[in-house]
Design a protein around this ligand. Structure first.
Ligand code: AGP
Length: 593
């Protein structure tokens, strides 16, 4: 949560570039925005609200200085208001600091600092950092030394960037358990929480490890270990273009990303050889697989379980990363633990990965190259979705599924599945061509308070993911159930006019799910179905239906049938006046446990 940027620019003023960079990180937090620059004094502008709301009032024109830091906030400690917005300073404005993460021991540090005479203004955990930095600078350290001493005191997760009025054109940054990358451009140097922030300015990226200190200056970047030794770091060039992080004519990133799903799948299919190599290495050494993930990535994992167990016969569990510790003691060296994460920075997932690394082989399926998960797992599959900016996962979800289908197909040597998979991009292209039917449905159902989603077998994760998409961006209550589970409780909630989305592809479960459809229909539900064009009985029984190519069977449905459900949520969000890219209370990357 939260996004940070820092820069030192040889030939330009920092403030407008910081604003441009930080605007690309708004998916990480949009409670407030703030910028600080240094020109022998610290200049700060910050306010509560999204950038679009506060941009004009910030008036950056008079902000001098060629170095600075910026922040977008997703509040953890203290309300979203101007005082709690970053950057934070000490009372003398010697330093300014932006921070992503949580300082767990901030209360005891704060008490100590108050007893020493420091005055605090905000309710944030972050504010202890500038006060500690100032204290150590007063004791004679420079900003770099003060940062080293500060990180020996603070506990928790952090990526921090700081500037000091006594040290011109310098940004000092560091990280532990929150993401931070370094961008090396031509006469301009950056740190940022994620690459979309700096794609326009720097393509050469360095990934600092936990505890390393990054020093940006006019003449370049230095990275030191905690003992002050300079480290030679590998520079990787990213192939994402700045346009990938722009809306390119779409109203919202989410719609753009839904429309990019065919390409995302095509690109991820190129991982086939890498996946084959991984399977050749691990296949004989494992007798069990465990998927670990959160949210949408958890739903992709659930599909993985169904595929691997039914096709390869390997017992496969799926565990929520935040609940992982209760299963961890069942792992051994014959378990392959697969971590799925779009960002590769989700705190719950990383915590679980560190634990699993002690006993088992680990594989990370990740979209963001160079992210923490890619550096900690034994094996990595990169989904090739490109940057996903909308908070709701869409193209990264189908890319995760593509990687999982490849994995399961190659593991079980099931050529039929791999052939079906190749056709998916074309099916999706066909499905997104004309959303008029979905738009009509979104107008009809926009006032509903509750939605139910049901599916059986491979369609059960589709129901869960459809419901998650609905609640996160429309704020309408949506619940996904295994169709067979309805009669064990939830059926009591079905009443006249309640929308029930029935995910019903052709396949072996068809008859049984049809019976479940009848159960809800006879209790007055409005049945919205996703099914095959040839499915006459389903067409007859549905109040509304989205028809799909009849070649798509239930096994390939998770990666295709989800598309109309993403679109339904998107258009309902628009109808209800919600911003689908920035849902309330949520952020794209959850770097706190
Ligand atoms: C889904 O739309 C959400 N963005 C959320 O559930 C997400 O999938 C979850 O937070 C996990 O994120 P990750 O894939 O980056 O680990």
């Amino acid at each position: 949560m939260c996004g940070i940027v820092g820069c030192v620019l040889k030939h330009k003023k920092a403030a407008p570039i910081l604003l441009d960079c930080i605007s690309k990180l708004e998916y990480r937090g949009y409670d407030s925005i703030g910028i600080a620059t240094e020109d022998s004094k610290i200049n700060i502008k910050k306010d509560k609200g999204k950038i679009i709301e506060v941009n004009t009032s910030l008036d950056l024109a008079d902000m001098e200085g060629q170095s600075g830091i910026a922040h977008v906030r997703w509040a953890t400690h203290g309300d979203p208001n101007k005082i709690n917005s970053h950057p934070h300073t000490d009372e003398n404005k010697t330093v300014a600091v932006v921070h992503n993460g949580i300082i767990e021991n901030y209360l005891e540090i704060k008490e100590q600092l108050i007893s020493e005479g420091h005055n605090f203004k905000s309710d944030t955990d972050t504010e202890v950092i500038p006060h500690l930095l100032e204290k150590f600078i007063k004791e004679g350290l420079d900003l770099e030394g003060a940062m080293k001493k500060t990180i020996s005191i603070i506990q928790g997760a952090y990526a921090i960037a700081a500037i000091c009025k006594n040290e011109p054109n310098k940004v000092i940054a560091t990280r532990k358990d929150s993401p931070l990358i370094v961008g090396v451009g031509k006469d301009e140097y950056f740190v940022a929480s994620d690459s979309p922030a700096i794609l326009k300015y720097a393509k050469d990226i360095i990934y600092p490890e936990r505890g390393e200190i990054v020093i940006l200056e006019m003449n370049g970047v230095t990275i030191k270990d905690i003992n002050g030794n300079i480290i030679e770091k590998e520079i990787e060039t990213i192939d994402w273009t700045p346009e990938m992080a722009e809306k390119e004519g779409y109203d919202y990133f989410m719609l753009k990303e839904i429309n990019e799903q065919d390409i995302a799948i095509r690109n991820t299919l190129t991982e086939k050889n890498n996946i084959k190599k991984i399977i050749d290495e691990v296949k004989c050494a494992i007798n069990r697989i465990m998927f670990v993930a959160c949210g949408t990535s958890y739903h992709a994992s659930l599909t993985g379980k169904y595929l691997i167990e039914s096709l390869a016969g390997i017992p496969t569990d799926v565990v929520l990363a935040s609940e992982f510790k209760y299963s961890a003691n069942t792992l051994n060296d014959k378990t392959l633990v697969i971590f799925i994460s779009q960002s590769g920075e989700t705190a719950d997932t990383l915590k679980a990965l560190d634990i699993a690394n002690k006993t088992s082989k680990t594989l990370a399926i990740v979209n963001v190259a160079g992210s923490s998960a890619t550096r900690r797992a034994d094996y990595v599959i990169h989904t090739q979705a490109g940057p996903e900016i909308g908070v709701a996962a869409t193209k990264t979800y189908v890319s995760q599924l593509t990687a999982i289908y490849l994995f399961a197909g190659l593991l079980s040597e099931n050529d039929d599945l791999l052939t079906k998979l190749k056709k998916v991009p074309d099916y999706i292209k066909e499905m997104i061509k004309d959303p008029s039917n979905i738009i009509t449905m979104s107008k009809k159902y926009k006032y509903a308070d509750d939605f139910f989603y049901i599916g059986r077998g491979f369609s059960y994760p589709i129901a869960l993911e459809g419901a998650l998409k609905l609640k996160e961006i429309t704020y309408v209550h949506g619940e996904g159930y295994a169709a067979g589970e309805l009669k064990h409780g939830p059926l009591a909630l079905i009443d006249e006019g309640i929308p029930v989305v029935v995910v019903l592809p052709p396949g072996e479960n068809h008859k049984k799910t049809m019976s479940n459809l009848e159960e809800v229909k006879s209790r007055g539900a409005d049945v919205i179905s996703i099914g095959s064009m040839d499915d006459k009985p389903l067409i007859d029984k549905s109040d509304d239906i989205f028809l799909i190519n009849s070649e798509i069977d239930d096994i390939i449905a998770p990666i295709t049938y989800i598309v109309p459900l993403q679109l339904l949520s998107y258009y309902m969000a628009i109808e209800r006046g919600c911003d689908p890219d920035k849902p309330k209370n949520l952020a794209k990357c959850v770097t706190v446990e």
